[in-house]
Design a protein around this ligand. Structure first.
Ligand SMILES: Nc1nc2c(ncn2[C@@H]2O[C@H](COP(=O)(O)OP(=O)(O)OP(=O)(O)O)[C@@H](O)[C@H]2O)c(=O)[nH]1
Ligand SMILES: [Mg+2]
Length: 472
């Protein structure tokens, strides 16, 4: 598990050290909890089988009568559990090299712009010490971890919103993903050409942001014009189709969004109400997508990151703080990760390489990729709950804020339809007390009803009745 050290920063937030070389800075209040990372790599079987237990239950206390329900904040983005993160950036900066190292793939990564045209997709196991613990504890026949789906997309150049480079095709690839690793080049190498002639990560970040923003402005202007025409046609009367009435109702939110982007802000940085978020989610706006910034630095800089500050990284961080406060920055080295990935089939050799590198520089060197995967999944607002038993330990992916019956529906639609209750153990209780029996004996095995919001890391057994007739 990686250590998280917090050192004071300026007024904009805190600097957080994630192991010796990966650091991120984020605004106060946006730091995440316990790291779920595990350094262990293993191969997992993918068969699916579920186990259910009948057990002594502790009934969860019902909410007090008259208590005020706290409204859950709606999430920007598609309401799906099958979300994808794309790799975004200007051409020829190491996006495909990063994709290959991250997903153990071998898509072309050559030294010319627009080497990538069609997007590539791959899945990568999400490292999670809780899953590893469950697998060690239950010693199941099958292990099915959580995955992150990553898409390598084509490079974007200035003017893309007007059709430059791959233009609209590229932007439709960005539209099809749910969050973005925004990669920029921080390494100097005269052998690797840059489309703008020089290495300047902040300029590159601005290029991309400007194009995404232009595209959203263009889109919202069209939608605004259309909704405005409908609203004028309907006036305040009761006429019009349901679709037209909805457009009239949504016009105010569209106007608010348009003003926001025309002012130079990303949609995701706005403070939107839940009904506004519902309207925004219908528009698939590019600047609504969560973004994690990755700076590809040289191997030398990466290895010495814990000992020196890099002006390039500070400049990027300042730019993020000013324009996109709260977004995360993670430095990594594409060439270092690429070399490490050659040892993916031999974890011992990989460990030796890391130990050698650590000895050489006098600091603990680790791969940045596990942290990047975990942060990418968090950016997608995905979390996992577990089912565990001797047959299978499995991580199930849900969006955050999901109610127990919906989470049960991720396993099978029958579970949602016939949901009776969820028997829930908290992972911390299970780890601390050592076994399911001990958790039950301690009165920490809870029975939760259909209003229960599933928490990240819950170990759940669903009870359901499939003899119910389907609702017509
Ligand atoms: N020196 C150095 N070269 C790198 C690094 N990462 C990638 N490269 C080189 O940069 C060139 C472009 O790499 P790609 O991974 O294809 O870049 P890309 O961003 O996917 O490029 P497009 O698909 O054309 O947009 C290749 O020659 C890589 O070997 C790095 O960390 N250091
Ligand atoms: Mg590429």
């Amino acid at each position: 598990m990686s250590t998280i050290l917090i050192t004071p920063m300026n007024s904009s937030g805190m600097r957080i050290l994630l192991g010796p070389q990966t650091w991120v800075r984020c605004s106060a209040g946006r730091t995440t909890g316990t790291s779920i990372l595990s350094g262990q790599q293993s191969t997992y079987q993918q068969a699916q089988r579920l186990l259910f237990s009948t057990s002594t239950l502790v009934q969860a206390k019902p909410a007090k009568k008259g208590s005020v329900a706290v409204e859950q904040k709606a999430l920007l983005g598609r309401p799906s559990n099958n979300l994808k993160i794309g790799i975004l950036g200007v051409p020829n900066i190491g996006k495909s090299t990063f994709f290959n190292a991250l997903t153990n793939s071998s898509v072309p990564a050559e030294n010319f712009p627009f080497c990538t045209i069609d997007p590539s997709e791959a899945r990568v196991v999400v490292p999670d010490s809780r899953f590893t613990w469950l697998a060690d504890h239950y010693k199941p026949e099958k292990e099915t971890p959580a995955y992150l789906t990553v898409i390598d997309i084509a490079g974007l150049v200035r003017g893309a919103a007007q059709g430059e480079g791959l233009g609209n095709a590229f932007l439709s690839h960005v539209r099809s993903v749910d969050a973005l690793f925004h990669l920029c080049r921080g390494f100097d190498d005269p052998g690797v050409m840059h489309v703008d002639g020089t290495v300047d990560p902040v300029r590159d970040l601005e290029t991309i942001h400007y194009e995404l923003l232009l595209r959203d402005i263009d889109w919202l202007q069209k939608v605004h014009k259309e909704y405005q025409a409908v609203a004028q046609k309907l006036g305040g009367g009761s006429g019009g189709t349901a679709v037209e009435k909805k457009k009239r109702e949504d016009l105010a939110t569209i106007a608010k969004c348009l003003a926001w982007v025309e002012d130079g802000h990303d949609i995701r940085t706005g403070d939107w109400t839940n009904p506004e978020i519902e309207v925004i989610n219908q528009q698939y706006l590019l600047t609504a997508k969560p973004m994690i910034y990755l700076v590809n630095i040289s191997e030398h800089d990466y290895l010495h990151l814990s000992k020196t500050t890099l002006p390039a990284i500070d400049k990027i961080q300042d730019w993020i703080d000013e324009h996109h406060p709260g977004d995360m920055l993670i430095p990594f080295s594409g060439s270092f990760e690429n070399q490490l990935s050659l040892f993916n089939d031999s974890p011992e050799d990989k460990q030796t390489v890391l130990e050698d590198a650590s000895q050489q520089v006098g600091a603990t060197i680790t791969s940045a990729l596990p942290e990047i995967i975990v942060r990418g999944r968090e950016a997608l607002n995905l979390q996992q709950f577990f089912t565990a038993g001797p047959g299978e330990v499995r991580a199930w992916t849900t969006r955050k804020n999901m109610l127990a019956p919906q989470a049960a529906g991720v396993i099978h639609t029958d579970f949602e339809r016939g949901f009776i209750m969820a028997e829930v153990m908290r992972m911390e209780d299970l780890k601390q007390l050592g076994s399911e029996a001990a958790v039950k004996a301690a009165g920490k095995y809870y029975s939760k009803g259909k209003e229960y919001v599933v928490e990240d890391g819950d170990v759940i057994y669903f009870k359901f009745n499939v003899t119910n007739n389907k609702k017509k």
